[in-house]
Write a protein that binds this ligand. Structure first.
Ligand code: FE2
Ligand code: FE2
Length: 307
């Protein structure tokens, strides 16, 4: 029977800890066995892989639950102040990336859903616990170069902004984090490069692109652990201003706070991606272009997070 593989992120692996699953590298279109179950991952091996630019490793799909439990143990170290904020921020960012890559699957089983919810709770606590984590997470992430990093960054920034605003309860913040991880899942249906800037799309591509929020909601509808609010957030994430967005040209100022947060953060990170700008460099050009498109309190709170 053909083996199936599940991707994991290298910064989620802990040195000097037995790893409860086999690990594979993907090289030249083949999965190569790298470490055996219960081997310790030595720091030198991790450093060596990272120095070669390896970001993703693979496990067999049958070990997915073991990996989720392993991640849960790791995520608890986000409150361990003996680790530097930078190391914890890298762990948090890579955990978010693993979540994006496996979010759809995680919403199909109770084990996956609970594990994902626990991760988001711990990351949102980490972000809200001390000054610096969100900036370190953004620094660890860099400019979003693909949809996985964009979704992970949007999720982290949405939770950071919601925490800072202080008007949403912790369940609403986790649900927002969940929706942000999944918000662009409809882009996987596009038959062209989803990272192409909107200004360079042909009319046919643009038409298809404008349907990605609705396509995403359609892909997620009916999954046992997707709430109506998550679906609503996914379908409305490209709405902004007084009807300037899509697909329904909604007035964003009339939407609930969590919708407005996702819309603002998504639009901002996409701007950074399209223009190859860091978050701090994008503040002035983005907000001079969109000075009337988002709620001013949201904008000023968002800027305090980024600067
Ligand atoms: Fe989108
Ligand atoms: Fe997006």
């Amino acid at each position: 029977m053909k083996k199936e593989f599940y991707s994991i992120r290298i910064n989620t692996l802990r040195a000097h800890d037995p790893v409860p699953f086999d690990i594979f590298l993907y090289i030249a279109s083949r999965y190569l066995h790298y470490t055996r179950i219960n081997d310790e991952m030595e720091e030198s091996r991790l450093k060596n892989l990272k120095s070669k630019g390896v970001k993703k490793l693979f496990i067999e799909s049958q070990d997915e639950d073991r990996y989720l439990k392993y991640l849960e143990t790791g995520i608890n170290s986000l409150s361990d102040t003996r680790m530097t904020v930078e190391d914890r921020a890298s762990l948090a960012n890579d955990t978010m990336l693993s979540s994006v890559e496996n979010a759809e699957k995680n919403l199909e089983t109770e084990v996956g859903y609970n594990s994902q919810k626990n991760q988001l709770e711990k990351i949102s606590e980490f972000i809200g616990s001390e000054r610096g984590p969100i900036k370190s997470m953004i620094a660890a992430a860099g400019i979003s170069i693909d949809n996985s990093q964009h979704s992970a960054t949007v999720s982290s920034l949405c939770m950071a902004l919601a925490k800072k605003l202080g008007t949403l309860d912790s369940n609403a913040i986790v649900e927002l984090g969940f929706a942000a991880l999944l918000h662009d899942i409809g882009k996987t249906k596009l038959n062209f490069d989803a990272n192409l800037p909107v200004s360079k799309m042909t009319p046919a591509q643009l038409k298809q692109y404008k349907n990605h929020p609705a396509d995403g909601a359609e892909m997620l509808a009916g999954k046992p652990f997707v709430s109506p609010r998550i679906l609503g957030l996914v379908v409305s994430h490209e709405e902004y201003g007084h009807g300037k967005g899509f697909p329904e040209k909604k007035n964003v100022f009339g939407l609930d706070t969590s919708y407005q947060i996702l819309s603002l953060v998504n639009s901002f990170d996409r701007f950074c991606q399209d223009n190859s700008l860091t978050h701090s460099a994008a503040i002035d050009p983005f907000f001079s272009k969109h000075d009337e498109d988002f709620d001013q309190t949201l904008v000023s709170t968002f800027v305090t997070i980024l600067t």
